[in-house]
Design a protein around this ligand. Structure first.
Ligand SMILES: [Zn+2]
Length: 142
């Protein structure tokens, strides 16, 4: 693969029903796991895996519904999901948008298998059975 090809790598994804689709530049700026209670509730799961990508490098189609959440620290968190199937697809915060960044809920990628989260947030509320790999950065909060 030439350098030109590797820098123009794209990755696609979408919600469960397919109404929302996206394509983004790849690799992400950061891949992380969030164990906060809000992510657990929204995902209906133990955690949420997020890939931060440049907003300008993201193309999206389909209707998203926004739930205006706020973080435990009281900051606005816009959780965007498919109103048909309910899949959480993106999260934006005023801070992330100021930095030109958006978070993809990485389980919605068409090919999420090779993700390697570099950091785990909110490990203080991680479920007891979750084992975080050694050598990965852990933060009690965000
Ligand atoms: Zn959907």
């Amino acid at each position: 693969m030439t350098t030109e090809e590797s820098t123009s790598e794209r990755r696609t994804g979408g919600c469960l029903c397919g109404a929302v689709r996206y394509e983004t530049a790849w690799p992400p700026l950061l891949t992380a796991v969030c164990h906060c209670r809000h992510c657990q509730r929204q995902a209906g799961s133990a955690l949420s895996v997020i890939a931060a990508v440049p907003f300008a490098a993201l193309e999206r189609t389909g209707e998203l519904t926004t739930y205006e959440d706020s973080s435990d620290a009281g900051r606005a968190v816009h959780r965007k999901f498919c109103g048909t199937c309910g899949s959480p697809v993106f999260t934006e915060t005023p801070d992330s948008m100021a930095q030109g960044m958006i978070f993809i809920k990485a389980g919605t990628l068409d090919d999420p298998k090779d993700l390697a989260p570099a950091v785990h947030f909110w490990t203080s509320s991680a479920q007891d059975w979750v084992v975080i790999p050694a050598g990965v950065k852990k933060l009690d909060a965000q």
